[in-house]
Each structure stands twice: as C-alpha cells, then as structure tokens.
Write a protein that binds this ligand. Sequence first.
Ligand SMILES: [Mg+2]
Ligand SMILES: [Zn+2]
Length: 195
Amino acid sequence: MESELHDISRIESALRRKKARTAIFDRDGIINRIVMRDGAPASPRNMEEFIIEPEASAALARLKTAGFRMFVASNQPDLARSKVAPETIDAMTAAILAALPIEAVRICPHDDGDGCACRKPRPGMLLGLARDFGFDLSGAFMIGDTWKDVHAGRAAGCATILLARDYNRGVAADFKTATLSEAVDLILAVGDARR
Ligand SMILES: [Mg+2]
Ligand SMILES: [Zn+2]
C-alpha cells in the first residue's frame, strides 16, 4: 500500500475526528469489472458486460459490519451519447442494490458539453448524496479508478483512494491500493487507529 500525499497524517486525524463511517465508490472498475473497448477502459452497455467484481461482496460486507454507510456515484456519458439505454442503467443499479450493502447509486447521465454539476470531476453527485443522506463529506472516503474520481472526491472534501491500474498511472490520490479489498483494509485501519 503506497501513500502519495505528504500530509497523510492530517487526513487521518481529520477522518478520526469526523468518525469516518462513509464510503463512496465509483462504479465501473470498482464495483463492476471495467470493459476494455478499443483498447481503452469503458462502461458496460448491456447486462452481459455488467459483471460485479467477485471481491466486492466480501469487501463491502466488512465495511458494513464496521458500521459504514456506502454509496455509488458514476458518470455514464454513454446515456447522453445514446450508446446505452436508461433501462439498462436502471437494471445495473438494481443489480448493485440487490447484491451489495449500498444505500444509493447516483448516475450522471450527461456528457462534457452539457455543463452539468454532477459529472465528475465535479463534486455534484457527492454533495447531493451528503445532503440527501445526511453525512459529513470530510469524514468520507471516495474510492475510484480515474483522476475524475479523485478530483471529485477532493472537491467534496473526502479522502481519496485510487485503485492502481495500468490506465491510471500518474494519477495522484491520498492513497493507492491494488485491490478493493486492500482499500477496505486501509479504510478500516484508519478507523481502527481512531479507537
Ligand atoms: Mg471507474
Ligand atoms: Zn451530470
């Protein structure tokens, strides 16, 4: 596990102070398997391509046991591009809610040109979740696999965890881990240190 930020201790003490008990996950590449399309990481466009990561169930169960609240915030510009049907995205959301202890899934259906407040790296989805579900973003973790997740998390005041992948080399985050299970180890270690 590798920490890139110089002021990790500041983040850890802030999380302890806030009694961090919230985790916000990106969807594609974190909760479900990334789809490689034309050599680039992409989003699933049908239920055959939508495969929940096998490790997600046990990893999130550990956070649930520790009392964490969990949410998903996902850019889905394929909606704006008419590459995926809204019903398909809804079915993916339903599959996540059925399989994992996630309270809510937020989707940004826009593309860059729409200028919305929700498309990551903007923090709109995170701010909306905090408002609607009543938690403190400065006591939350944002876990993702792109710079947009990290920037959205930072803009919202969260601690950020990047799952290191070939396609996100060079992206800086507060913490980097190789797997979702390791990210959960890290979150729980910060929480445990607080007690
Ligand atoms: Mg992703
Ligand atoms: Zn949006």
